[in-house]
Design a protein around this ligand. Structure first.
Ligand SMILES: Cc1cc2nc3c(=O)[nH]c(=O)nc-3n(C[C@H](O)[C@H](O)[C@H](O)COP(=O)(O)O)c2cc1C
Length: 168
């Protein structure tokens, strides 16, 4: 396991378009008994309600969603490019069907009880502040529903306070 140190927001110099959209992240939630993780490339970081936040979009079908909803906390781990194969795997297989964390060969660490993937070079620990299901009637651009939700597997948007930033 790697050792991480807590860093402040002033030390976080990131490009969210690259860090999330291109390089992807692992959303991890659960407890010391069982945790699950999944790859995500939709989301962002920003400021709302006087807090520094991360927001993520999780479809109803994801096993990880059950852990986020139960615990009210999750982490975002940002592995380096060399873990691309593992991230593809973790984004293609559901933990509902197999022990994919073990099969991927990645490791779970805990920070204040919140699980994260140790292979990340930076970890954001997050506390859910709001949870908003995306519904058809919200779209101003009506083409989106037909493009992304033909199977009715809608996303829920989670806005979460970033409580801790861990870096190697
Ligand atoms: C590059 C990539 C990005 C993804 N982004 C998201 C995302 O932002 N939201 C989401 O719900 N699923 C996303 N997925 C799909 C989930 O990672 C995938 O369905 C995963 O198997 C869910 O695992 P789980 O059922 O164990 O939670 C993405 C997959 C890949 C490969």
């Amino acid at each position: 396991m790697h050792s991480f140190q807590e860093v402040g927001f002033a030390q976080m110099e990131v490009n969210p378009f690259k860090m999330i959209g291109q390089d992807w992240m692992l959303v991890t939630a659960g407890n010391e008994e069982k945790a699950n993780t999944m790859t995500a490339s939709w989301g962002g970081v920003g400021v709302i309600w006087g807090r520094n936040v991360a927001y993520i979009f999780i479809r109803d079908s994801r096993f990880t969603k059950e852990f986020i909803d139960r615990e009210g906390k999750f982490s975002l781990s940002f592995p380096e490019e060399k873990f691309r194969k593992e991230m593809k795997f973790l984004g293609a297989v559901s933990g509902r069907n197999e022990d994919k964390i073990k099969e991927a060969g990645v490791h779970v660490g805990y920070h204040k009880g919140v699980p994260y993937i140790d292979e990340g070079s930076m970890i954001l620990i997050c506390r859910v502040m709001s949870k908003t299901p995306i519904t058809r009637d919200q779209f101003i651009d009506s083409s989106l529903d037909g493009i992304w939700y033909t199977d009715q597997d809608y996303h829920t948007m989670y806005i979460a306070e970033i409580t801790d930033i861990l870096a190697r």
